[in-house]
Design a protein around this ligand. Structure first.
Ligand SMILES: [Zn+2]
Length: 242
């Protein structure tokens, strides 16, 4: 089992969370960043857990600070070569940052991913059509539309383009997220916690990945063992983790 998306730097006891994940049978965690500060913290956590925590660097649409864009992008450009993916990046039309600025930052980051042949971990809340179109336009080869809960028509395009989606414990409560995971074939789904996001009023950590796997197994009418095994393989191949 691999947690395909966690904000380890936001967990107060990140090292303990990594140990608890390993004890729960989770072999690896993909740790994402959102800005220079969290990217740096994520890289440091990954350095302390080689072969277990794999870092990604990005600029989250919530974290765009229009006065620091060049500095933020320079950091990603310098550090992306040593990371397994670009992320977390994307668009969020529920965020306060102006759309034009979000589009510009996302476009420049996607160009880096395409140039460095890295997969992109994409946040697409309320912006599903545009995030997909921009990933295609940038000729990004590998991408995961994280926690996909958008329209099924756009999901079909995402799948046709060869991209993947990921599932979170929100499967238990979100009809939109469930509908997407019902449609997507199991071999295109990654599982994640998006820790420390709260589910049922409790902050999550990677050790809670079983919540996602159990829900997904119910949707796909398969055993949790099969879902764990297939999604781990999907994650390893998307991020090129041996
Ligand atoms: Zn996230």
């Amino acid at each position: 089992m691999i947690d395909g998306h966690a904000h380890l730097n936001e967990i107060p006891d990140a090292d303990g969370a990594v140990l608890r994940a390993k004890a729960a049978g989770i072999q690896a965690v993909i740790a994402v960043g959102m800005d220079v500060r969290s990217n740096l913290a994520t890289l440091e956590i990954a350095r302390r857990h080689p072969g277990v925590v794999y870092p990604a660097v990005g600029i989250h649409p919530w974290s765009i600070d229009s006065g620091r864009i060049e500095e933020e992008i320079a950091f990603v450009r310098e550090n992306l070569p040593s990371c397994i993916a670009l992320g977390e990046v994307g668009l969020d039309y529920g965020a306060k940052v102006k759309k034009k600025i979000q589009w510009s930052v996302f476009e420049r980051l996607l160009a880096l991913a395409a140039q460095m042949k890295k997969p992109a971990i994409i946040h697409s809340r309320y912006s599903y059509e545009r995030t997909f179109a921009m990933a295609r336009e940038a000729a990004v080869e590998r991408a995961v539309f994280h926690w996909y809960s958008g329209p099924v028509e756009i999901l079909k395009k995402i799948l046709d383009a060869g991209y993947s989606v990921s599932a979170t414990p929100a499967l238990a409560t979100s009809p939109q997220h469930r509908a997407a995971m019902e449609l997507a074939p199991l071999d295109r789904i990654l599982v994640e916690t998006d820790a420390p996001v709260e589910y049922g009023g409790k902050a999550s950590e990677p050790a809670d990945l079983g919540l996602t796997i159990r829900e997904l197994a119910g949707i796909k009418r398969k055993s949790t063992e099969e879902v764990a095994q297939v999604t781990e393989q999907n994650t390893r191949s998307l991020y090129a983790i041996l």
